[in-house]
Design a protein around this ligand. Sequence first.
Ligand code: WTA
Length: 640
Amino acid sequence: MGMKHPFQIQSLAQYQAACTAAAENPEAFWAGVAENFRWKRKWDKVLDWNFDEPRIEWFKGAQLNITENCLDRHLDARGDQPALIFEPNDPSDPARVLSYRELHVKVMQFAQVLKNNGVQKGDRVCLYMGMIPELAIAVLACARIGAVHSVVFGGFSAQSIADRINDAQAKLVVTCDGAYRGAKVIPLKSVVDDAVTMCPSVEKVIVSTHTRTPVSMIKGRDLWWEDEIKRVESMGNPYVEAESMDAEDMLFILYTSGSTGKPKGVVHTCAGYMIWTTYTFVNAFQYQPGQVHFCTADIGWITGHSYLIYGPLSAGATTLMFEGVPTWPDAGRFWDIVDRHHVNILYTAPTAIRSLMGFGEEPLRGKKLDSLKVLGTVGEPINEEAWNWYNTHIGKGKCPIVDTWWQTETGGILITNLAGVTPAKATFATLPMPGVEPLLVDEQGTEIHGNGVSGNLCIRKPWPGMLRTTYGDHERCRQTYFSTYPGLYFTGDGCLRDEDGHYRITGRVDDVLNVSGHRIGTAEVENALNMHAGVVESAVVGFPHDIKGQGIYAYVVYQGFHEDENLTRQDILATVSRVIGPIAKPDQIQFVSGLPKTRSGKIMRRILRKIAEGDTSNLGDTTTLLDPSVVDEIAAGRAT
Ligand code: WTA
């Protein structure tokens, strides 16, 4: 206790020194950090890269296994320390605590189960599970044997799962009978059943028992998690050697939305990702040995991968995993958990803060919250009101708040203040991590120098945790991230750099929406809408939403109304749920007779965005439109 990590930055001067060192000699800097990990073989070369291809190679020639770093290396010093605390959906059910030693055993058991079922190094495994310890165990078990995990968020539809399984050609799926979400039970296995009928690559489905939701087990394909574990136990729990992985071997695929209708499989590799998640975890949150870290994100998203599993475990922390929702059985659930488990670091999303803020101070009554040391936010810009509420009511004015900006593609945090070490500023992510060189460019790609300026956010050089490719389609990776501004990684975000040189992310500048911190492509939602039999055409834009940050607004050209318009709306929503999942359901559907298009057929989204935002006063130049009158009709019929 009290001892700092060897690479922990402890003062502003040290932060500046680290930035200088990482900029001047990145290879020496990151080799120094890498010395604090367990390697099976050291690297031949720290960094080799070329953004034009792109080719990004860190620690080439090194061999390692991330689970040895997350588990084995902690056994001597902290084998009995809790590694994972599981807080179930229902507060009257007991929490489960797994020490590092216990988690190590469970990971090896399930690794053996995967092996028994034919999974080998390099094979893809799809995990579609609720937020239970078995999900974390399955993730680590894949990593143990070098299988590539692809976690699919439990809110996605059968079709979305099938698309992801087929893209990755996964041969095994791990799921649960069901998952709890507050008062609801989600029948996960039944969704998987619908998905797998569309997936010829899947040979086995392993089902963990959780909710006792009835499931149909298919002979020869479906197996119970518990039975498989018993088989392994009856053979005396074999020690499962951690597979030797090359630094640049694939660790996982995580699908995320972009500008096109098809989600892309972001690929992260073993060594760089491990170093980045650990380094950023320790430094952003100023983690101290023995602390309890509560990341409220679902493991189905990158935040759960990096700051619920890999970063904290590699740093030897106690990570807390919560199954439910922040508002059930009441809006004091998070605060309850903080007190019950003496949480020191709380990492959540602005949307959760805004939603809880709406319940006032009553749910905070009787909550001590005195174990908290550091607060964090991620996923979307945080508004000042939410920041102040978080600071005053949760942090009691004495916990630094880190506003961490990053993306699925970046693997871990790129821009943030370091808790209590570098200055915080409400609504600003502030300054880059050492080794990260942000820059702003205009539409033409010309760099915008100086302070007090805005532009599109790019990153100049590689950092260890960045994506390496998009699965099965390297050209797509190049086009999406490295071709808009040649020689730079383009984030897709707009950004302001203030007079002090602090960065504030202002939101996406592409066709990606951020709804309650979930990334959703407008094209994906349009594809789903267009699948409904009556929908002729549609256009989707975002609009400001008090709780969700952004809401989804759909303009729909519909043919053949024969009943109540609202029933038609519900049918359309059901279609989107079926195709993508409930998270992509539009908040507003406006039926229109046509969409505003240029003579070349391009939809003028700028106009649709303005109308959705409620700003119909100045719609700009509409003279280039094929039919300018449609704009007046749309503006007049705005859904509220
Ligand atoms: C947005 C989540 C403002 C941003 C880790 C980014 C943020 C997208 C912040 C990535 C923040 C994330 N402030 N905006 N602190 N953090 N974003 O891939 O638009 O789910 O591009 O990764 O979320 O979302 P993703």
